[in-house]
Design a protein around this ligand. Structure first.
Ligand code: ATP
Ligand code: MG
Length: 345
């Protein structure tokens, strides 16, 4: 029997771009699938097809057992969606936005009011609840949009990059809400560009690139394929890069990646902090001066390098399209967020 979210050979093209190139998914009821991929991979397109906002060119998809092409209205009644771009009414207050969603879902006035209050509190919007949404900051909009998706708890939820633009405290609040939802039996598909996020939230992860699922498994399985943690260091003098590489080759699992330009060397390791201490001692013995050294978990890039042999690269860059407003390729913001995420861990 297919899971609560099921897709088979899903294809969607926009002109020459095959945004989805035969995607298969099967998400068991009550579990979370993290869909991981770089800008332009096809994540939003997949979510839009599954939530009936786009009609796939071919293939089949069932959500809560209902065919998305044959019975879109029935599917819409069974799902909740929080999109990559907030869908809130600018001219209503935060509270009014939430109450409106409640009444759309046929809550009584009293229920809608109570739920709105609860969610505003939860997402740190209680003070701003009676201001119009157009006065909200980007992060506040994002939170309001998420709150709106949570007014009722439908059996199947889709969240497209739910934490992009949230600060660490609000991201944690969202993670808690997601945990509760799933404990209550909701099936969730969420998209993200961050391995760590998928790691925290998802039972299973699928990695998407150029409209195809290029790997799937639990986070542990993917990490095992990616080689766990990394030691990363920056050598002070360019002339010593080769010596440092030799040290890393001895302790690493596989050869180090070397960037001459940034004098940065990275190698997958197992052995954590103890191993890091060993590397530092060895560098010291050989009098190799370093500017920076640390242990870090694998990033999306590491996963991509190990799966495809090349770094994650936005499809738009490769297509030479420069984006068309449908895909928010904000690399630097993404990097900052990835950084913030590492800091809370
Ligand atoms: N409406 C559209 N018209 C034309 N091309 C589109 C449209 N929607 C998406 N695309 C293209 O399809 C590809 C997949 O886009 P999609 O938005 O699904 O990527 P994504 O994985 O969500 O990326 P991001 O991480 O940037 O949100 C991209 O090349 C994009 O430019
Ligand atoms: Mg997207």
């Amino acid at each position: 029997m297919p899971g609560a979210i099921y897709a088979e050979g899903l294809v969607k093209t926009f002109g020459d771009v095959r945004a989805l190139d035969g995607v298969d998914l099967d998400v068991p009821e009550g579990t979370v699938l993290g869909m991981l991929g770089p800008n332009g991979a096809g994540k939003t397109t997949a979510v839009r097809c599954l939530t009936t906002l786009l009609r796939p060119d071919s293939g089949r998809a069932l959500v809560a057992g209902i065919d998305v092409v044959d019975n879109p209205n029935e599917v819409r009644r069974a799902i909740g969606l929080s999109g990559q771009f907030a869908a809130i009414d600018e001219y209503l207050t935060g509270r009014e936005n939430l109450r409106m969603v409640g009444s759309l879902y046929q809550l009584t006035g009293r229920e809608a009011k109570a739920r709105a209050g609860e969610l505003l509190e939860r997402f740190g919007l209680a003070d701003a609840g009676d201001r119009t949404a157009k006065t909200y900051s980007g992060g506040m909009r994002r939170r309001l949009d998420l709150a709106a998706a949570l007014v009722v708890s439908p059996p199947v939820m889709f969240m497209d990059e739910p934490t992009t633009g949230l600060d660490p405290r609000n991201r944690q609040a969202l993670w808690d809400v997601i945990q509760e939802l799933v404990e209550g039996g909701t099936t969730l598909l969420l998209t993200t560009q961050y391995l760590e996020e998928a790691d925290h939230l998802a039972d299973d992860i699928c990695v998407v690139d150029h409209g195809r699922v290029i790997a799937r498994g639990t986070s542990d399985e993917l990490k095992a394929r990616t080689g766990g943690e990394r030691v990363e260091l920056v050598v002070h003098e360019r002339e010593r890069i080769a010596d440092a590489a030799e040290v890393l080759t001895r302790v690493g699992e596989g050869g180090p990646t070397v960037s001459q330009h940034t004098r940065k060397l990275t190698v997958p390791v197992s052995g954590g902090a103890r191993l890091l201490a060993e590397v530092i001692r060895e560098l010291d013995v050989r009098k190799i001066e370093i500017d920076d050294i640390g242990l870090r978990r694998p990033t999306l890039d590491d996963v991509f390098i190990s799966l495809t042999g090349h770094a994650a690269q936005a499809a738009e860059e490769e297509n030479g399209e420069g984006g068309d407003g449908t895909s928010d390729g904000q690399r630097s913001a993404a990097e900052r967020r990835a950084q913030a995420m590492r800091e809370v861990d």
